[in-house]
Write a protein of this length. Structure first.
Length: 613
């Protein structure tokens, strides 16, 4: 009965077949319907868009029909298409309730949808369509050049693009931000053009698995020039193929619902670091001294308990398994022994699930003062390719008598309040990123390429980078070997003309040795003011290009390497001038994920995350 009612409508449908040479293709890979009806503003680029898709079909072996008659939206007619492409439709292009219902059934039965540009300026009274397209058009500024930030370099529609894609188009704002419901493929850099209203998070290309079918949308494609632009045409082709199901695409990779968060152990007070053995056991440490193992059965055992000094942020701080742990059972710990003014890096052997304390090999001692708080850092990791061990240490300086600015108190008896003696000293291991290569006998060598060549007067050769306040956590990119170091900043609530910048935290991509500024400079190399804590008088600003450490507490070089600006920095609250995406909070340096297509694992992360920190 339904077919009898639908059939009389079919002769009225205006369908433009693909060019003859495309029709002659023996076996088209798939078939699409291009729909470009408008009941509102009509883009003069619509014919260009339709022709471009027809040409893509000819060149890529898929069949293309085109229509502006919504009578094509019937169950019988839509069933022949793998995707329907809305090209800058506006207003209410799908006219009747019956046509809308047929299109919904088409998607629910596994059909595909691709929306181009003004496809989001359609169906305002059709809530289901609004969900299908992802967001409705709100407004746009004048046509201009802008930068598109490509977020997914695995999806076929964006894999060919650079992370920053500069082009000219009409840039849409939307009534809502769709990110919570869709997988965003690309977004706008709103600082690259004028007139945007969406703020710092401005998606412009996305996809989703929706209501049984597939949906892909691009806000690009206003101009005629778009449809002869090679990069845009490849972008469009990838979107069409994935909407049609002809090419696989992960449209859930950024959605939290695609992941399961599993609690390993909630019976711990100060968990600090984890590392995972090849046999699946998870090793983790508690600052109060426990080394624990979560077994593959889910059971947690205490492998050992160190007697550690726990005041002033001290304790059991760092953990790393040896790259050959599966054969040598060596584990490295960075801890504060209870009977020595050092933070100690030691190697232990694990026998079964037990830490063998008699096996301890003291690798490195970092001298510290224990009378005053704070900052011991403790981030630690092993580069499994090189065998190098990286250790991040804090400035071991009391921060509470500096009004939230830089602690550089040079008064007699106040060295614990002077970070120039630690972070700012080339001859001290605190406030540093250290790189060493452990040896089988429990000693270490210094790899070539650290900040100071061995034998350099008044320096420590273990230093790879200096000038950190409290690099509490860090991560490694296993592909490049670069280290990501997060550095907690001071607490000043506002900038001062007599003291320096407000509290600023840093996230640094450490790809080369260098001086990261503290306690003389912070963030984007903003200098502090030299301040006399005895007279309370301010001097001149420090020179970040050529810092001078003339503190009586400094045992290292007076003339320091030039300060490096942080990779990312932000202050309390939203910093609109620098990195507005980051709204306060404490920085954490984590690993970079690298996708391995050869890895056979049911829990590996999607390719979307490859190269992301």
């Amino acid at each position: 009965m339904a077919l009898a009612l639908v059939a009389p409508l079919l002769p009225a449908v205006t369908v433009l077949a693909a060019p003859a040479n495309a029709a002659a293709a023996a076996d088209p890979a798939f078939k699409v319907l291009v729909f470009s009806k408008t009941t509102g503003f009509r883009h003069d680029s619509i014919p260009d868009g339709v022709a471009a898709i027809q040409k893509l079909g000819t060149e890529n072996n898929f069949a293309v029909d085109a229509t502006e008659d919504s009578a094509a939206f019937t169950d019988a007619n839509l069933a022949q298409y793998d995707a329907v492409i809305f090209v800058s439709t506006t207003g209410d292009p799908v006219s009747t309730a019956e046509q809308k219902a047929a299109f919904q059934r088409y998607i629910q039965n596994g059909g595909g949808y691709a929306g181009v540009h003004a496809a989001s300026d359609s169906g305002y009274n059709w809530a289901w369509y609004g969900q299908l397209v992802g967001a409705y058009f709100k407004s746009h500024p004048a046509i201009q050049q802008a930068t598109v930030r490509v977020e997914d370099q695995a999806h076929p529609s964006t894999a060919h693009l650079p992370t920053s894609w500069v082009r000219t188009d009409e840039w849409y704002d939307y009534t809502t931000n769709p990110r919570a419901n869709v997988h965003v493929l690309a977004s706008m850099d709103d600082k690259s053009y004028t007139g945007a209203t969406m703020g710092i998070d401005h998606p412009t290309v996305w996809c989703q698995d929706f209501d049984g079918g597939r949906s892909w949308y691009t806000g690009l494609g206003h101009t005629k020039a778009s449809f002869v632009e090679p990069a845009f045409l490849t972008h469009l082709l990838g979107g069409i193929k994935t909407a049609a199901g002809a090419e696989k695409a992960d449209c859930s990779a950024s959605q939290s619902g695609s992941f399961e968060k599993v609690t390993l152990d909630d019976n711990t007070s100060n968990p600090m670091m984890t590392d995972i053995a090849k046999d699946g056991r998870v090793f983790y440490i508690d600052r109060l001294g426990d080394v624990k193992i979560i077994k593959t059965t889910g059971a947690t055992v205490t492998a050992g308990r160190l007697n550690v000094f726990t005041a002033n942020e001290s304790g059991l701080l760092g953990l790393a398994l040896d790259p050959d742990f599966d054969t040598n059972n060596w584990l490295y710990l960075f801890y504060s022994p209870n009977n020595a003014n050092v933070d100690r890096l030691s190697r232990f052997t694990v026998n079964g699930d037990t830490l063998d304390f008699s096996s301890e090999k003291v690798v490195l001692n970092v001298p510290v003062q224990r009378a005053e708080c704070c900052h011991h850092g403790g981030g630690m990791l092993m580069d499994k390719k090189t065998g190098d061990l990286w250790l991040a240490t804090g400035d071991n300086t009391n921060p509470f008598a500096s009004d939230g600015y830089t602690p550089i108190d040079e008064q007699t008896g106040r060295s614990a309040w002077d970070a120039q003696r630690t972070s700012g000293s080339t001859n001290d291991l605190s406030g540093k990123l250290l790189r060493i290569t452990p040896q089988d006998d429990g000693t270490y060598t210094v790899p070539a390429g650290n900040l100071f060549p061995p034998g350099t007067e008044k320096t420590k050769p273990e230093i790879y980078a200096m000038g950190f306040r409290n690099p509490f956590r860090m991560g490694l990119d296993p592909e490049t070997g670069h280290v990501m170091v997060a550095d907690y900043g001071p607490d000043a609530g506002s900038a001062s003309a007599t003291r320096g910048p407000r509290g600023t935290v840093e996230w640094n991509l450490v790809s080369t040795p260098g001086n990261y500024g503290w306690p003389f400079c912070v963030g984007n190399n903003t200098p502090y003011i030299d301040f006399n804590f005895q007279t309370r008088a301010s001097g001149s600003a420090f020179n970040c290009a050529a810092p001078v450490n003339d503190s009586p507490n400094n045992t290292g070089l007076t003339n320091l390497p030039p300060a490096k600006a942080a990779t990312i920095w932000y202050t309390g609250g939203v910093d609109q001038n620098n990195f507005p995406e980051l709204n306060g909070g404490a920085p954490m340096g984590g690993p970079v994920y690298r996708f391995d297509p050869e890895l056979n694992s049911p829990v590996k992360w999607p390719a979307y995350w490859d190269g992301k920190a």
